[in-house]
Design a protein around this ligand. Structure first.
Ligand SMILES: Cc1ncc(COP(=O)(O)O)c(C=O)c1O
Length: 429
């Protein structure tokens, strides 16, 4: 007899209803299309497929029963390769973090040095001393601290005065001084493109590989509306496929290496993926990645362009409404994200909670200069999901007014729900 699941169904129904009546501004989330959702509930859910797809002549899997997932995995690889202009794509990492872990496991050993973005400059926790990069380069006796005498050999990119851009001349000097084993570009608070071309040119002289972590911006890259890290010289692109890329929760590693560099820069990462950071890789979600890839192939350019235009319109409207927006002198943003300083509204934690009570969902975030992760002065806002629900610059203006009013202590919950009710159908799919 089936077990009672009414309570679980009720919680799921409540979640579905709640988030359909919220303005969702978490920069790492999206709502998947009906087609992406529909292909995830299948027999693949309970199956295993370690290794690579079999071919007519080679046995690459460690289990039988994989003929159909082999087909899907090859489709995912080849369709993403075409979309991203990449010769190599590994679709097995189960998340962006697992993709980064694969590169770190494959390429780094204790004592190796790396240069990354610090967390307060927007870097992801996986790049940090306590993340996989820090832990991978730790040798016995080293503290998990960067830039300290007894710490790990991790260095942070020097920044320009505004703190939102890498200071290229100083970065070049740091690379020449440290000669790191690897450098990492890309971040979580990601407003502007990184200087991939300049950094990669110097790294090439010393045979230092460049990882570009595009977890947040993969959809903008795929849409051709953000920088193109592989064409600009990055060795690998790691990413989540569920932030600005509207797929299931998974990750990828991509590269565009000539065959003679595969041994050095692709094979170790391949082993870093399996058996490194993933074994069985949640097979039921892989067909959904192929669907999302086709959606991006068809509508990605339009979607990426609309997302960035919306972020810029939202930032301007927030600024006009009295909410200080970061990086005003650079036009606020070139991505899906907007960063606001909410110190005058009680700080990031307090402001994010107040907004949640008004059905505006976002996350608090460190801003440059913040030192205590528990007392950040900022909020990070992403417009990619509301853009998919059809909002344009005018709706961004309405959303900014409501958000500013909420931060100033007004009750805007009903007005937020009314705005969201006008945008319930997904576009670009
Ligand atoms: C820059 C960056 N890299 C990696 C990740 C991890 O991605 P995932 O949540 O898919 O593991 C994130 C998560 O937000 C991120 O911002």
């Amino acid at each position: 007899m089936p077990v009672d699941i009414h309570d679980i169904e009720a919680i799921i129904a409540a979640q579905n209803d709640w988030r359909a009546h919220c303005l969702n501004l978490i920069a790492s989330e999206t709502t998947q299309s009906a087609a992406v959702r529909s292909v995830q509930n299948s027999d693949f859910m309970g199956r295993y497929a370690e290794g690579h797809p079999n071919t007519e002549t080679e046995t690459n899997r460690y289990y039988q029963g994989t003929r159909y997932i082999d087909e899907i995995e090859r489709m995912a690889q080849s369709e993403l390769s075409a979309l991203l202009g990449a010769r190599q794509v590994d679709v097995r990492p189960i998340s962006g973090n697992a993709a980064n872990t694969a590169v770190a496991l494959g390429m780094l050993r204790g004592g190796d040095s790396v240069i990354v973005n610090s967390t307060d400059a927007g870097g992801h926790i996986s790049h940090a001393p306590i993340g996989v990069f820090g832990r991978r380069i730790q040798s016995r006796g080293m503290l998990l601290k960067a830039e300290s005498e007894k710490g790990i050999p991790m260095h942070f990119w020097p920044l320009t005065e505004d703190h939102y851009h890498i200071d290229v001349p100083k970065a070049v000097a740091l690379i020449e001084q440290v000669k790191p084993r690897m450098v990492v570009l890309g971040k979580s608070l990601f407003l502007f493109p990184e200087p991939v071309g300049e950094i990669a040119a110097v790294c090439r002289q010393y045979d230092i590989p460049v990882l570009f972590d595009g977890a947040h911006v993969l959809g903008l890259i795929a849409g051709g509306e953000f920088q193109q890290p592989l064409a600009e010289g990055a060795t690998w692109l790691t990413a989540s496929v569920h932030k600005t890329f509207p797929g299931p929760q998974r990750g990828i590693v991509a590269a565009n290496l000539p065959p003679e560099q595969e041994k050095k820069f692709w094979q170790p990462v391949d082993r870093g993926v399996f058996p490194g950071s993933s074994s069985n890789h949640h097979l039921n979600t892989l067909p959904a990645l192929v669907v999302a890839t086709r959606e991006m192939q068809a509508y990605g350019k339009e979607y990426a362009r609309a997302t960035i235009a919306n972020a810029q319109a939202f930032a301007k409207a927030l600024d006009d409404a009295g909410v200080p927006v970061e990086a005003r002198e650079f036009g606020y943003t070139r991505s899906h994200q907007v960063a606001v300083n909410v110190s005058q509204f009680g700080g990031g934690v307090e402001a994010a909670k107040r907004l949640e009570s008004m059905n505006i969902i976002c996350n608090y975030n460190l801003l440059p200069g913040d030192t205590d992760p528990k007392a950040p002065s900022g909020l990070r806002l992403g417009v990619q999901e509301m853009t998919r629900f059809g909002m344009g610059p005018d709706a961004m203006g309405e959303m900014a007014t409501l958000m500013a009013d909420a931060l100033k202590g007004h009750d805007v919950r009903e007005a937020v729900i009314a705005l969201r009710n006008r945008y319930q159908d997904l576009s670009y799919c």
